[in-house]
Design a protein around this ligand. Structure first.
Ligand SMILES: Cc1cc2nc3c(=O)[nH]c(=O)nc-3n(C[C@H](O)[C@H](O)[C@H](O)COP(=O)(O)OP(=O)(O)OC[C@H]3O[C@@H](n4cnc5c(N)ncnc54)[C@H](O)[C@@H]3O)c2cc1C
Length: 392
């Protein structure tokens, strides 16, 4: 079946939703998602979202991002992300996102490898707070149509120009949809579904990357995969539950089997994950311990209610005892290469969010930079498309 639209957006996480909100309101937009709208990694984000607090913080925010990325980051992209962060946060607040405040002022927390507190948060469910508010706003737009349980299976391409995508509803014998669009935005998230142990939703399998490769779309750093140091150890199959870095930022410590500390918990993620692996090898264990004994019970209940509840369901009271944690696949720094307007190497094809690689994260992502990077560069994709429509 042939479907015609102005812009097709594949993915309804923060990158897809924020693109839709920033595209011209007189253009027809069709959004696809492989599952329901709530099943995206954006809903899972716990710790928070970074922002440039003030001009004085610029140098240190830039340096923290570069250092965590082993200085393989694209400097221009890092600069754009930091400079445009306040504007994006103001957009979110306008859309009704409720960040933690004290006496009417925004409160900032800190995570691993950040030299200062510069992370806004909503309890330990920041992703759900942001994404649900964006989704509600998109649902109000009369020019946007969302198709759930619909999977992109191919691009429509001629002479390195994208004319849309091929998709299929996820039920047996569904008809193939040929979705023709002036512009296509890939916002299909990460690749965790390809791993046995991952914090990601299992349906996130890097489809845009696989299809893009078929057409020679430029890719970057496909081997740069981030392993998160602390997920709750479980013998059960399925998605691993993340114990956010902000727990360590607030004072949680890691212990070996003898309950001794073995690493500075606030080092970058890759360094901490490697130290845990080495310790597990030395101890002959499948996990190490994480202790929240240095965080006040009231703080745990106020800042980390979701983690507290989930651990309780698994049989651990984090206010009284250590929990077993293990590293797991978490984030993909590489992806579809894009320029600073989120344009890929194929004409009329854009990519934003985790599926894209604009170089912000280099070899290793700094905590809480992902939501920000996704939003900043999704907005830039929408702006570029808007400009091109105007110029026609
Ligand atoms: C547990 C967890 C905690 C995190 N915490 C933080 C945090 O505190 N701060 C932070 O900055 N980042 C955090 N992250 C990372 C961040 O959440 C993600 O990188 C970000 O939300 C990615 O957004 P996205 O829009 O690119 O992708 P997603 O939100 O993953 O959305 C991908 C979308 O693409 C759709 N899709 C995929 N393939 C297809 C296809 N073939 N056809 C149709 N649709 C498709 C999916 O259904 C989904 O709608 C966390 C991630 C996880 C997993």
């Amino acid at each position: 079946m042939k479907v015609e639209t102005d812009v097709v957006i594949v993915g309804t996480g923060v990158a897809g939703l924020f693109s839709a909100l920033n595209l011209p309101s007189d253009r027809k937009i069709l959004m696809l998602t492989k599952e329901d709208c709530e099943s995206s990694d954006s809903f899972l984000a716990q710790g928070g979202i970074c922002v440039l607090r003030d001009e004085e913080d610029y140098e240190s925010f830039f340096e923290d991002t570069m250092k965590a990325g082993h200085y393989e980051n694209r400097k221009e992209s890092v600069d754009i992300m930091i400079r445009e962060s306040r504007e994006v946060i103001n957009d979110l607040i306008r859309y009704g996102v409720d960040f933690e405040k004290e006496n009417g002022e925004l409160t900032y927390t800190r995570e691993g490898a950040h030299s200062k507190p510069r992370i806004l948060y909503h309890e330990d469910i920041t992703g759900k707070e942001i994404t649900s508010k964006l989704l509600a706003k998109v649902r109000e737009l009369p020019n946007v149509n969302i198709m759930e349980y619909t999977t992109m299976t191919d691009f429509i391409v001629e002479n390195n120009r994208c004319f849309g995508v091929v998709a299929k509803h996820n039920y047996k014998d569904a008809q193939e949809l040929q979705i023709y669009a002036d512009n296509t935005i890939l916002a299909t998230g990460g690749i965790g579904g390809n791993y046995q142990h991952s914090t990601n939703f299992p349906h996130l399998t890097g489809d845009a990357i696989r299809i893009g490769q078929k057409y020679g779309v430029k890719m970057e750093h496909l081997d740069y995969v981030q392993i998160h140091p602390t997920t709750l150890y479980s013998k059960k199959p399925g998605r691993r539950f993340l114990i956010s870095e902000s727990v360590r930022g607030e004072g949680a410590v890691l212990y070996n089997k003898n309950k001794e500390r073995f690493v500075n918990e606030l080092l970058p993620r890759d360094v901490v994950a490697n130290a845990i692996r080495e310790q597990m090898k030395k101890d002959g264990t499948d996990f190490v311990w994480l202790s929240m004994e240095h965080i006040a019970k009231e703080e745990i209940l106020k800042h980390f209610p979701n983690i507290y509840q989930r651990c309780l369901e698994e049989g651990y009271d984090v206010t009284k005892e250590c929990i077993p944690v293990v590293p797991a696949q978490h984030y993909f720094m590489g992806g579809v290469w894009v320029d600073s307007d989120s344009k890929t190497s194929m004409e009329h094809l854009y990519a934003a969010g985790e599926t894209s690689c604009n170089g912000v994260h280099g070899k290793n992502r700094l905590a809480s930079n992902s939501l920000l990077e996704s939003l900043v560069f999704a907005k830039r994709a929408a702006k570029k498309i808007k400009e091109n429509y105007k110029a026609e």
